[in-house]
Ligand binder design. Structure first.
Ligand SMILES: Cc1cc2nc3c(=O)[nH]c(=O)nc-3n(C[C@H](O)[C@H](O)[C@H](O)COP(=O)(O)O)c2cc1C
Length: 371
């Protein structure tokens, strides 16, 4: 065999092996629609109960930990609980974000119940962010309950890329702020406060990426492979991080927890944050009067009401929480932007051309209901 022929044969063999490897590899991002719909139903819930709890669980949560559980007391009477095993001590040591997420869950639950003709009676049980029993809820049939459109719950999602920098139309901004003048603060991309938040978000991402407690916690919640994503049905996936094509294939097949602790992964995360903050119409901040349990739950509800109302306007939001999570950036936030009340959410906000389908995963209802 001459050299040219040998190279041809060898090249062909490499292609066959590589092709074979590719065919057996983890070929596509695992998304919500890939989750098996027919979960075994171990817990005897009515169809309405199951539906309401499923829709409640579509609420957002930091790192998509889904830090809630539901204790079943009797039909249509539950306790919403705080699942300690889903806490994020590295970035949320006081469980502030946990309570905000449970607040968003509660809002979804109330809207989903109203769609099926129930009204909810909530009683707060927790005295602090660590108490296991957060609130009880009783659902009763109410013929005049306003019917909420649950498509909004199903379609809500975090969007992280391709924001336009076009300013928000006055009517859209007015609709976002209506009734929320005290708690919502709009910092358009023309303001100096906006520039400050961009810079500090990059800085807080830099600090956090090199803080091992935060980075290894993040590693615990990234589901690189489709197998892991399907098994846990939580956390951050390549799809939810909006990584596609060859880079996503590489992550799914060759990355694991140890990769997250490497310098190039940390640097890549800071670069991504830098790129993200360069695109938006502005920052929307949500503040509250204090940090009491009831206030945090209420603030989580406010976030969720807002989030459910923006898709129809082509507006996306992306919580970027690192400034609040890092001590040095958090310490100077309020005075730098001239806001007195505690800031609970920092939301990058803007129009997007296309609104993609939700892809983040959720555990099955039977996975978070306890009898
Ligand atoms: C309290 C809270 C904090 C969050 N912080 C961040 C954040 O800092 N960066 C980010 O990309 N997403 C953040 N998110 C968004 C979650 O990652 C997202 O809700 C979750 O992955 C589920 O995805 P979904 O919103 O598309 O359903 C946060 C959400 C909540 C409720």
């Amino acid at each position: 065999m001459n050299r040219k022929k040998f190279l041809g044969v060898a090249g062909g063999a490499v292609l066959v092996v590589a092709g074979g490897y590719y065919l057996q590899s983890d070929k596509s991002n695992f998304v919500r629609a890939d989750l098996e719909e027919n979960f075994p139903e171990k817990i005897p819930l009515t169809a309405d109960e199951r539906n309401i709890l499923f829709l409640a669980s579509l609420a957002p949560s930091g790192h998509n930990t889904q830090p809630w559980f539901v204790q079943y007391i009797e039909p249509y009477h539950w306790i919403i609980g705080n699942d300690k095993s889903k806490w994020l001590p590295g970035v949320d040591p006081t469980q502030r974000e946990t309570m905000l997420s449970i607040g968003a869950f509660t809002q979804n639950l109330e809207y989903a119940a109203s769609n099926l003709g129930y009204q909810c009676q909530f009683t707060i049980l927790a005295n602090n962010n660590q108490d296991e029993q957060v609130l009880s809820v009783k659902l009763t049939k109410a013929s005049n309950a306003p019917k909420y459109n649950i498509e909004k719950i199903k379609q809500r999602r975090t969007i992280r890329s391709n924001y336009l920098s076009e300013v928000l139309k006055k009517e859209d901004l007015d609709a976002l702020m209506v009734g929320e003048g005290d708690a919502f603060h709009w910092l358009p991309n023309t303001s100096k406060e906006h520039q400050y938040l961009n810079e500090q978000t990059i800085e807080a991402n830099r600090i956090q990426s090199y803080r091992d407690a935060a980075q290894s916690e993040l590693a615990d919640w990234i589901r690189f492979s489709s197998k892991d994503a399907e098994k846990h049905a939580d956390g951050l996936t390549t799809a939810s991080m909006e990584i596609k094509g060859v880079p996503a294939w590489v992550l799914r097949n060759f990355y694991g927890k140890s990769s997250v602790m490497k310098k190039n992964f940390r640097e890549q995360s800071i670069d991504t944050a830098r790129k993200q903050v360069s695109q938006s119409a502005g920052w929307l901040l949500i503040t509250s009067k204090d940090n009491a349990v009831a206030t945090l739950l209420d603030t989580g509800r406010r976030l969720q009401k807002l989030w459910l109302s923006i898709r129809e306007k082509g507006i996306a939001i992306h919580p970027m929480t690192q400034i609040l999570e890092e001590t040095t950036t958090n310490a100077e936030l309020n005075s730098a932007i001239g806001i007195r009340d505690p800031v609970q959410f920092i939301l990058r906000t803007g129009y997007v051309k296309a609104y993609p389908q939700p892809v983040s995963l959720r555990r099955a209802v039977d996975g978070f209901v306890r009898m």
